[in-house]
Design a binder for this molecule. Structure first.
Ligand code: 5GP
Length: 256
């Protein structure tokens, strides 16, 4: 029997676990089946979600890499894990919105589905205890979370990612309503580089069928609209990802 190598756990989040990677400067990102919403107030285990998000995020990150967006993604290792570059995550969630939905409707009294006058970028401070509060550019400068030139880069990347992904999803008959992305600093010898990190999946995007407006993202879980696994399988298949339903429940054995 093969000897299993124990990996050192570095961090456990709501949907992923990070382990030390095989080489210095690398990390293994493990996708769990846990689903949470409303800052952990609603929780469940959705069989296969981790496998689907691993595959969908791999496909999107690969597409973005090819389009010239620097990302932390190196390669997928197995059904639940991917190898990524080690970065220092900046403590800001970047939200890009094309259509009104979710938080902005509550905050500004908009109707879900209303088109926005233009693409809108919002920032939230990454803090579970504080419920990821909305912040302005000036909070970011004031507290020194990101240098002004880095924030300029982040905004340019966010809009380019939106353009690229809007096209990718439109080809799959999906509307990219909004999404959340995170960035990290990749340390080079004499400078650091802002790169896209974390994941992009139906956990972090709102995706609606272009014709029927059917929701195929985590709102299915948040609002009890049906079977989340089936919605994510639909997204994966539309993106041309071959999903073997028998392998959705595979766990990887090396978790500590
Ligand atoms: P809202 O602010 O409307 O709740 O979220 C806007 C978009 O960002 C949605 O696509 C939502 O899924 C995503 N989003 C916001 N906060 C989080 C978060 O903490 N985790 C994940 N995975 N996605 C988030």
């Amino acid at each position: 029997m093969a000897l299993l190598r124990k990996k050192k756990k570095l961090y456990e989040g709501k949907a992923k676990v990070l382990f030390e990677g095989p080489e210095p400067g690398t990390i293994i990102q493990y996708f769990k089946d846990d689903a949470t919403a409303f800052n952990n107030k609603k929780k469940d285990i959705i069989n296969g979600k981790g496998v689907l998000n691993n595959r969908i995020s791999e496909s999107i990150m690969t597409h973005l890499n090819r389009a010239g967006i620097p990302t932390h993604f190196i390669k997928r290792i197995n059904m639940r894990e991917q190898l990524v570059k080690k970065v220092d995550i900046v403590p800001i969630e970047v939200i890009v919105r094309n259509v009104a939905a979710g938080g902005i409707c509550t905050r500004l009294g908009l109707t879900e589905g209303d088109p926005l006058p233009r693409t809108l970028i919002e920032f939230c401070y990454k803090s579970d205890e504080l419920d990821d509060p909305l912040i302005s550019d000036d909070h970011i400068y004031c507290f020194g979370w990101v240098e002004p030139y880095e924030l300029d880069e982040i905004k340019i990347y966010a809009l380019r990612i939106n353009d690229i992904l809007t096209g990718l999803f439109a080809a799959a008959n999906l509307q990219l309503v909004d999404f959340k992305i995170e960035f990290g600093r990749l340390q080079h010898e004499d400078h650091s580089e802002i790169v896209l990190a974390d994941e992009i999946s139906p956990d972090s995007c709102r995706l609606w069928d272009l014709d029927t407006k059917q929701k195929l993202d985590k709102d299915v879980f948040r609002r009890d609209l049906g079977n989340l696994t089936e919605a994510y399988i639909d997204v994966a298949r539309r993106l041309g990802i071959r999903i073997d339903s028998n392998k959705l429940h595979e766990q990887h054995e090396e978790q500590e």
